[in-house]
Ligand binder design. Structure first.
Ligand SMILES: [Zn+2]
Length: 259
C-alpha cells in the first residue's frame, strides 16, 4: 500500500528536479450518487512532471521504444508526433474520504468499498456502527477537528522515483488538501507487494514504513497494524513544514549534482 521508501538512493539517480513535480487531484463521482459518493469519496492524485520538463531529457520507456521500433520496421518511419508521456509519470496516490451525513452509513460504505477498508472500519467504529469507537474518540478528542476521516490508501511511486523519500512529502500535500472536515487521518503501512517475502522481511519492511509515516505525524493506532493522527494535533502541521523543507533540500542537492 505504501512504498518502502527511505532516502537512501544517491541524488544523481533522480531524473529531474523534484521541485518540478506536479500533482493532479481527481475525484470520481456520479451526479446520481450511484456509488454513495456523498459518503465515500475516492481521490486519485497523479504525480507527474510538466511537459516542459523531461520529455527531451528523460529517455522514453521500454514499451514506447519497442512500439516505435516495430513501427519503423513496418513503415520505414515513425511519426514525429509520437511521444512517450509515461516518462513524465512519477507516481499515484489514492485517498478515501469517509463522511457522515450522506446517504449511507460510513461503516457500511467502507465495508462495500474494499476488504482493506472494511478491516480498518472494524477498528474505528463502535459495534453499533453509529459512532466511532471509544478508543478512536479518545485519540481524536471527540472529533475536535471535524467528524469525517481521511484514509491514505495507496502511495506508489514508479521505480525511477523511489528511494528519495518523496512518498511522505507527496502524501503530506494530499493530506493538507483533503483532510478538511476530518478529525483523523489513517494509514495501513504495509508493503504494496509482499509476494515472495519471508515473514521477517515483511516485518522489517513494516517497521521501516512505520518510521517513514512517523515523519508525516502518524502514530500507531492501538495494537493493530494501523497508524493515525488527529487533525487537531499540532505535530502533523509542524511535520508538514519540515517535509516541505526536505523537498527544498532535495531540490538544492539535485541542482548541485548537475553542475
Ligand atoms: Zn512510454
Amino acid at each position: 500500500m505504501t512504498p518502502s521508501a527511505a532516502a537512501v538512493r544517491p541524488i544523481n539517480d533522480m531524473l529531474q528536479n523534484p521541485d518540478y513535480i506536479e500533482l493532479t487531484y481527481r475525484l470520481d463521482a456520479s451526479l446520481g450518487n450511484h456509488e454513495y459518493e456523498d459518503t465515500i469519496e475516492k481521490w486519485t492524485v497523479t504525480a507527474h512532471l510538466g511537459e516542459s520538463f523531461g520529455l527531451d531529457r528523460i529517455p522514453p520507456c521500454e514499451d514506447c521504444t519497442a512500439k516505435w521500433q516495430a513501427l519503423y520496421e513496418a513503415d520505414g518511419f515513425v511519426d514525429e508526433g509520437e511521444e512517450c508521456e509515461h516518462r513524465l509519470h512519477v507516481g499515484t496516490l489514492e485517498f478515501y474520504k469517509v463522511r457522515w451525513g450522506g446517504s449511507q452509513n460510513p461503516f457500511w460504505a467502507m465495508e462495500e468499498q474494499s476488504q482493506n477498508l472494511y478491516e480498518m472500519a472494524e477498528v474505528i467504529f463502535s459495534a453499533e456502527h453509529d459512532d466511532y469507537s471509544e478508543e478512536f474518540n479518545e485519540i481524536t478528542e471527540g472529533g475536535f477537528g471535524g467528524s469525517d476521516v481521511l484514509v491514505v490508501y495507496r502511495v506508489e511511486l514508479t521505480e525511477a522515483w523511489r528511494g528519495f523519500g518523496l512518498g511522505p512529502i507527496m502524501a503530506s500535500d494530499g493530506i493538507r488538501r483533503l483532510s478538511g472536515g476530518c478529525c483523523a487521518v489513517l494509514i495501513h503501512p504495509t508493503p504494496i507487494d509482499s509476494h515472495g517475502m519471508t515473514h521477517d522481511e515483511v516485518q522489517h519492511a513494516r517497521t521501516r514504513l512505520q518510521q517513514t509515516w512517523e515523519k508525516v505525524g502518524f502514530v500507531p493506532y492501538g495494537d493493530g497494524p494501523y497508524m493515525i493522527f488527529a487533525t487537531s494535533w499540532a505535530a502533523p502541521e509542524q511535520k508538514a513544514v519540515k517535509l516541505r523543507e526536505e523537498l527544498k533540500d532535495l531540490s538544492a542537492r539535485w541542482r548541485a549534482s548537475r553542475r
